[in-house]
Design a protein around this ligand. Structure first.
Ligand code: ZN
Length: 321
């Protein structure tokens, strides 16, 4: 984007945002956002988040002192998600915003830029040690793979950042955030060990994870599984027929017996790959559904980060063993 384009886009964004806020104010919903300070009203820090993984993380570390509004429900694809007027109201009301960053929420960049001028707006993945990030290039642009929650150790770094940011905003309860984080980090440590143990039970030559989009790079790197996605790092570009035939040939060549669908991505293209391989006489099946960019329904085991990771690893092990 050129400089003029960028400033034109910025002006457009400002006016769109202003229009949205004016609408909400007229409806009597907004009007309390920017002036709010942490700990007033019901005494809770108001947090607005994007993906379920971050919503869960903030709830665990904030505990009773936070009220978290996550904008992306179960099954939503964050790469394609556009903020609604209701979401903008939630961002406006927040004392602090946590999102993933590294361009995961690819259609919401402008909203975060606007909000960053008003309040702490924290991309948790961008605090991770850059040496641990996976560089990617998509459509000629250089960046990093945003799906950091697939390596539990990286997610622990995100947890530390949430702890530190909440403590900075609300220093009176810093000890509470510290204690919650300590307990949660222990749980994550145990989860990381569980994933390692489970993956080790898959015969080495079977350790290939084929999914609908390239979300599992960190999982593969951390736990020693070769990964391959039909679509790229983002789901914004759809798989073409060449992608389908290339993946089909790869499955046959490698003798892979199972591929996986994702809860937040259409299974149509991956089904086409399975059908294509079967037509050529290759015995292959769907290995089950994985939670990649979205978690399960709130209130279920898979609606938590720990439950989601366990579900994924159990499903992968059952299908590949
Ligand atoms: Zn993704």
């Amino acid at each position: 984007m050129g400089k003029t384009e960028r400033s034109r886009a910025a002006t457009w964004r400002k006016s769109m945002l202003a229009a949205g806020i004016a609408l909400l104010a007229a409806a009597g919903i907004a009007g309390c956002g920017a002036e709010r300070t942490a700990g007033d009203a019901d005494g809770k820090v108001r947090v607005t988040t994007t993906i379920g993984q971050i919503t869960d993380l903030v709830e665990r570390i904030g505990g009773e002192h936070v009220e978290v509004a996550g904008i992306m429900p179960s099954g939503v694809d964050p790469h394609l998600y556009k903020a609604t007027q209701g979401d903008i109201a939630k961002f406006e009301r927040a004392d602090i915003i946590f999102y993933n960053g590294l361009h995961l929420e690819g259609k919401m960049t402008e909203v975060f830029e606007e909000m960053a001028e008003l309040k702490p707006t924290i991309p948790v993945a961008e605090a991770v040690d850059p040496a641990m990030l996976i560089p990617v290039s998509e459509n000629g642009a250089q960046g990093y793979d945003p799906h950091i929650w697939f390596d539990v150790k990286l997610w622990m770094q995100a947890a530390e950042q949430v702890r530190d940011e909440l403590a900075k905003l609300d220093p009176e309860r810093a000890a509470s955030y510290e204690a919650n984080a300590e307990a949660y980090l222990k749980e994550l440590e145990a989860l990381d060990a569980y994933v390692r143990e489970q993956v080790a039970t898959i015969p080495e030559r079977q350790r290939v994870l084929v999914t609908a989009h390239d979300a599992f790079g960190y999982f593969g790197k951390a736990y020693g599984i070769e990964v391959r996605g039909l679509q790229g790092i983002s789901t914004a570009a759809e798989a073409g027929s060449k992608d389908v035939t290339d993946l089909r040939d790869y499955l046959i060549e490698r003798g892979i017996k199972a591929v996986f669908v994702e809860s937040s991505v259409s299974s149509r293209a991956i089904t086409a790959v399975i059908e294509g391989a079967k037509k050529l006489g290759h015995d292959i099946r769907e290995g089950g559904m994985l939670y990649s960019d979205a978690m399960g329904e709130a209130g279920t085991e898979e609606g938590t980060y720990v439950g989601m990771v366990r579900h994924n690893v159990d499903t992968i092990v059952a299908a590949l063993k």
